[in-house]
Ligand binder design. Structure first.
Ligand code: ATP
Length: 580
């Protein structure tokens, strides 16, 4: 497929407001492409050249891309800067210059463009800035206006097609089967590898049977298993029976460790490679894990090296940094409490029961490391046992406990009752915060007109439909600084139309591509006809009562990792159990 052809499809996708249409358009793209192009198209749809967990970046800042545009279309750089500022989008500026320069419609293929972008990303060392600029300029000369627009957006990280991974999976299924029936199979393989291109390629080349055989792979992060909530200890016993594991719940950040011989990589909850931030974990025990290849999970938490006390979450997150890593490691060392083992010496062991995986985990972790340790759990047999262990954990300054079913397999990407989280409860209020996605903002009145934002429209995620449904308008509870911050982030993602995956009855002043995740605390969940979260037919949807901002989730959660509609429905039901 020619790249310009793909860019024309991108144009259609960009202006589309209905999710089903997105699926149709993408399935056409897949059917028209060669099988060797399927994986590349999957990455390019997300504005990337490699899967998102791969840290490879094109490495071209805005100024460099501007230079490429100037060079390609023989215009002055200042003119490029001006037009790009006027349009608010360098992609549009590039397409205008391309049009004027009468660049001939190129024959360059998707694979060629992909391989040159990859080459640009891998160009390093002396003279690399000039080389990158000229390579991109050469590419820009071989595409049409739409091609130029979408091409420059890749290095700028500004591809805004508004397509979530489940929608791509639906499109793959539709392309082959004319319906979404294969989504579940594709999703299982995707949950194990987080690599859309890889799964798509297997599907295209070898069919759905090969997709079903995909296993965990060292180097490709799996999507983490997640925990359910239950209202009280009795409810846990009812679910779990008379024997279940209770582990301390550490309030740090989740680490997925991949070890292949000497090579160690650590992925975040959001599957970003943050190995370079934690040399103390690598040196302090991960290197000494007694196995050839491993995938394990643990929670890293910072502590005060003098008193030995654990630091609060806000402090621990300061360790997620690119610079000043060694100093931070000295001031705020980490301990990694390992709680699961998923892969051992070449074998995916996720199907083994929890207790067997834990025995194997114990065997490979050295007893003498005070940095990499096991999260020691105990077996509980009653509500009483559970309450005692929960109170012990709270007394130790922990966040609560995690309850785990002894005979359960590990299900990548699934949230179910194999794990139950039990956190500190704050009198009468919801026991957990809700992670909401910003869908748009409303212009302010009064003092807030100075920030240009007076309220936020936020939503939660419907994982089945891959859509975002509105749940609240937030107008108070943010400091001036937070309003400024949220406006700045929102403006980077603003759109002139409703994003295709958003479902809302309220139209905000400005729509925002669903990307910014906020942690929100609310008094309770109520029903409201104004919101679409969980709304079925004429029934009202769900809404948050007295929402207030707890934190910006930053890059630790993607929009698709926000709280789901299903969870909200459950939290709504659970709050009545509390009140009884
Ligand atoms: P979720 O990860 O379920 O979307 P969240 O990010 O809001 O929710 P929590 O509700 O606090 O996180 O609970 C789950 C998290 O608890 C896990 O993702 C993990 O990082 C952390 N955790 C701490 N201790 C453990 C443990 N022993 N076993 C499993 N997870 C643990």
């Amino acid at each position: 497929m020619k790249f310009t052809r793909l860019a024309e499809y991108f144009e259609k996708l960009e202006s589309e407001t209905k999710r089903n249409e997105l699926i149709q358009i993408m399935s056409e793209v897949f059917n028209e492409a060669l099988s060797s192009e399927i994986d590349k198209i999957c990455y390019l749809l997300q504005g990337r050249v490699v899967p998102f967990f791969d840290a490879t970046e094109i490495g071209m800042a805005e100024k460099m891309v501007e230079q490429s545009v100037a060079l390609a279309y023989k215009v002055d750089r200042a003119v490029v800067t001006q037009l790009s500022a006027k349009e608010g989008d360098m992609g549009i500026a590039a397409s205008i210059f391309n049009e004027k320069a009468k660049t001939r419609e190129g024959k360059i293929s998707v694979s060629e463009v992909h391989s040159i972008l990859l080459k640009i990303a891998r160009t390093t060392g002396e003279g690399s800035v000039e080389k990158k600029i000229s390579q991109l300029a050469e590419l820009l000369q071989q595409v049409n206006p739409a091609g130029a627009k979408h091409l420059v957006r890749v290095p700028l990280g500004l591809t805004r097609l508004g397509i979530g991974d489940p929608t791509v999976l639906d499109a793959l299924s539709t392309a082959k089967n004319n319906d979404k029936s294969l989504r579940k199979n594709l999703e299982d393989a995707y949950n194990k590898t987080s690599d859309l291109g890889f799964v798509a390629k297997i599907f295209w080349e070898k069919g759905i049977k090969a997709v079903d055989l995909v296993e965990l792979q060292v180097g490709k992060p799996m999507r983490p298993a997640l925990a359910e909530r239950l209202p009280d200890a009795e409810a846990v016993v009812k679910r779990m029976g008379d024997s279940f594991a209770v582990e301390p719940k550490f309030d740090g950040f989740r680490c997925q460790v991949h070890k292949d011989g000497d090579k160690i990589r650590i992925f975040s909850r959001n599957l970003e490679d943050f190995t370079n931030s934690f040399p103390d974990l690598v040196k302090g025990g991960l290197e000494e894990i007694e196995a050839k290849s491993v995938i394990l999970e643990g929670e890293a938490i910072a502590y005060n090296p003098v008193s030995g006390e654990f630091l609060p979450f806000q402090e621990t997150t300061k360790r997620r940094r690119k610079y000043g890593v060694d100093e931070a490691a000295e001031k705020m060392p980490l301990k990694l409490f390992c709680f699961d083992l998923l892969y051992l010496n070449g074998k995916d062991i996720t199907k083994l029961p929890y207790h067997e995986r834990r025995t194997k985990l114990k065997d490979i972790i050295r007893d003498d490391s005070s940095t990499v340790m096991e999260a020691i759990g105990k077996i509980a047999h009653s509500a009483n046992d559970l309450t005692t262990q929960f109170e012990e954990a709270i007394t130790e300054g922990l966040e609560g406990v995690m309850i785990k079913k002894l005979d359960s397999p590990y299900q990548a990407g699934a949230r179910n009752f194999n794990w139950i989280k039990f956190k500190r409860m704050i009198g009468g209020e919801l026991s957990d915060t809700v992670d909401c996605v910003v869908l748009g903002y409303l212009f302010g009145t009064g003092k807030r007109t100075t920030f240009g934002v007076g309220g936020l429209l936020v939503g939660v995620y419907n994982e089945k439909e891959d859509t975002f449904e509105s749940i609240s308008r937030i107008g108070t509870g943010l400091t001036d600084e937070e309003w400024r911050q949220v406006k700045e982030m929102a403006d980077k993602n603003k759109l002139d139309h409703k994003p295709a995956r958003v479902n809302s009855l309220i139209t905000p002043s400005v729509w925002v591509e669903p990307e910014i995740v906020l942690e929100i605390f609310a008094d309770e969940i109520t029903r409201s006809p104004l919101h679409t979260a969980g709304k079925k037919g004429d029934e009202p949807g769900y809404a948050l009562r007295f929402p207030r901002l707890v934190s910006f989730r930053g890059s630790s959660k993607r929009a698709e990792d926000a709280t789901t509609v299903k969870e909200i429905e459950k939290m709504y039901r659970d709050q009545f159990k509390h009140q009884k």
